[in-house]
Design a protein around this ligand. Structure first.
Ligand code: TYD
Length: 135
């Protein structure tokens, strides 16, 4: 299955401020095996440029903002992450690029698998071929 969607996280807050909890199997619809974060991204940098074969991920801009370009092989869409109460869930063969990082952006990514280079498709033509076979 190939899809992505924005998930709204419930913000728990009181006079002290805000708190958001992400729990495996509830608002993160997969087992979380890995967490990584991207920060200190230099101006004008674009990252990603790959798809994954099996990986499920949830990306959250816990601070600042950035834009994902998501491509399923037939259409491209841009999704801006600019609020810690929003998660971008991605599963299946989606080519993703990230751009327009604000200087203060901290992008946290929850992943369903350990890091595995063999799960990456880094060649766009190969991705298009795989996406065609997948549909
Ligand atoms: P890269 O895949 O280029 O990041 P992005 O897709 O966000 O542009 O990853 C940068 C480097 O970090 C690369 O050498 C692989 C390594 N890496 C890990 O070791 N573990 C991880 O979980 C991730 C995401 C990357």
């Amino acid at each position: 299955m190939t899809s992505y969607k924005l998930v709204d996280f419930k913000t728990l807050g009181d006079e002290r401020g805000s708190l958001i909890a992400i729990e495996e199997g509830y608002n993160a619809p997969f087992d979380i095996k890995r967490v990584y974060y991207i920060f200190g991204t230099k101006e004008g940098v674009e990252r990603g440029f790959h798809a994954h074969i099996n990986l499920k991920q949830m990306a959250i801009a816990v601070k600042g903002s950035c834009t994902f370009v998501l491509d399923d092989g037939t259409k491209k869409e841009e999704v801006k992450l600019d609020n810690p109460n929003k998660g971008l869930f991605i599963e299946g063969l989606i080519w993703r690029e990230m751009k327009d990082f604000s200087e203060d952006c901290v992008l946290v990514v929850l992943a369903s698998e350990h890091y595995d280079e063999s799960d990456y498709i880094r060649d766009y033509d190969k991705f298009l071929e795989e996406a065609k076979n997948d549909s």
